[in-house]
Write a protein that binds this ligand. Structure first.
Ligand code: SAM
Length: 222
């Protein structure tokens, strides 16, 4: 291993310890996934030195790769055991896709920008991730063709929980989604049991807006 690679591995281990484990991320499978997925492969070359820092980074098209801690909170809340079919709305860099792919059976990930989706797909292929399908489209409407999903995660801020996503959630399934206004949101965990929805706030956050039919600019204006 080169010195540069050894440094990146050390930064990754420190990120997991200080930003995740010591901030109450406890699921060992989730922590292992963050140790294994090379986040530096998902950032733009000009941000390589910041790849393991405690904040989001620009990825192009005005979008971001989320703060590692927020990716971990959302991922842990899905409670994945390994056999789930997951929908991720907002592929972005593909980083969270790679994490989810280590924890579930298959990940469908949908992104509105074709350029970001293509770059994410390239990275995932290069890293040997074979259980993820990258799609381009309006993820606020979900992806009915592959529904129902055992878990759905939305990585952009929605004005309200899209009914389409609730409809596409399997019984016993979990949806994690930031809901609020453009400047601040509550991170909601919605669980579907016998067609009933149980909802609670698990954190507070600030994400880029979800666009599309059930996002900002659909029936809700920015
Ligand atoms: N999880 C990503 C990662 O690890 O890099 C970060 C995603 S970024 C915070 C949110 C993404 O949601 C952006 O790439 C944005 O283009 C995408 N997005 C916003 N509205 C969307 C929609 N209606 N359908 C699909 N993607 C959408």
């Amino acid at each position: 291993m080169s010195k540069a690679q050894a440094d990146l591995s050390l930064h990754r281990a420190l990120m997991v310890e200080w930003q995740l484990r010591r901030r109450e991320i406890h699921d060992p499978r989730v922590l292992d996934a963050f140790l294994e997925v090379p986040r530096h492969e998902f950032v733009l070359p000009e941000h390589l030195a910041e790849a393991y820092e405690d904040h989001p980074l620009p990825i192009g098209e005005g979008q971001t790769i989320s703060q590692p801690y927020m990716v971990a909170v959302m991922t842990e809340a899905l409670g994945l055991a390994g056999n789930e079919r997951v929908l991720e709305v907002g592929t972005g860099s593909g980083y969270q896709t790679a994490i989810l792919a280590r924890l579930a059976r298959h990940v469908y990930t949908i992104e509105r920008f074709a350029s970001l989706s293509a770059r994410a797909q390239e990275r995932l292929e290069r890293l040997g991730v074979r259980n993820a399908t990258c799609l381009v489209g309006d993820g606020s409407q979900g992806y009915a063709a592959a529904a129902p999903f055992d878990a759905i995660v939305v990585t952009a801020a929605a004005p309200a929980v899209p009914q389409a996503l609730l409809d596409q959630l399997a019984d016993g399934g979990r949806l994690v989604i930031p809901v609020g206004d453009i400047n601040s949101q509550e991170l909601l965990l919605v669980e579907k049991r016998d067609a009933e929805m149980e909802q609670r706030t698990i954190n507070y956050c600030r994400f880029v807006p979800l666009t599309g039919k059930y996002g900002w600019g659909g029936s809700h204006t920015l």
